[in-house]
Design a protein around this ligand. Structure first.
Ligand code: HEC
Length: 160
């Protein structure tokens, strides 16, 4: 009877080949898995914003927008209860800073499209450090023209 423990190393090569193949397959699998998971995460965190906001439509609303009536509308709809003009609070970001932060908040959205998104679909992007406390029914309560006025106001020096 041959004892496997004392068999000459040369006769074990098939075992090493199988083990080697196994390790190779495992490594390839892990690499593939890591890459596909990473791509999936990237795809998931990709802003779907572009699809949800029509930049051209928002640009048209903005160019027809009236900043003075926007100033009245942020009072009428109670926006300034949370976004106190000129005051930083823990409740909501100051409107004072919106014009400067809006262009970079939610790429690839432009400043105007980001403000439009914030009003009509607040959960699409929640500003870090704040609760998702924006009312979610402004899309039904405001007309597109009113949203255009508000965007024009928030991007004007008057909101600063
Ligand atoms: C009940 C409080 C509340 C009211 C009322 C409210 N907001 Fe907000 N808003 C928030 C909070 C909290 C955030 C930050 C969290 C988030 O991104 O949703 C926010 C975020 C925003 C942003 C993004 C600001 C930034 O710095 O990126 C805009 C623009 C905005 N609101 C506009 C409005 C407008 C216009 C109205 C009125 C039509 C309004 N909000 C009414 C609470 C409120």
């Amino acid at each position: 009877m041959s004892n496997p423990a004392v068999r000459p190393a040369g006769s074990r090569w098939p075992v090493f080949v199988v083990l080697g193949l196994f390790v190779l397959v495992t490594v390839v699998f892990l690499i593939e898995f890591t890459i596909s998971t990473r791509d999936e995460i990237a795809a998931r965190s990709q802003p779907t914003a572009q699809a949800s906001v029509d930049e051209n439509a928002v640009a048209a609303l903005l160019s027809a927008g009236n900043p003075d009536s926007g100033a009245a509308l942020v009072e009428k709809y109670g926006c300034i209860a949370c976004h106190r003009i000129g005051v930083r609070s823990h409740i909501a970001p100051a409107f004072t800073e919106v014009a400067s932060v809006a262009p970079t908040r939610h790429p690839p959205l432009s400043a105007a499209a980001y403000i439009y998104e914030s009003v009509t679909n607040p959960l699409a992007f929640v500003v870090e450090g704040f609760n998702p406390a924006m009312p979610q029914n402004f899309k039904e309560r405001l007309t597109p023209a009113e949203i255009g006025d508000i965007i024009a106001f928030l991007l004007s020096p008057d909101a600063n």
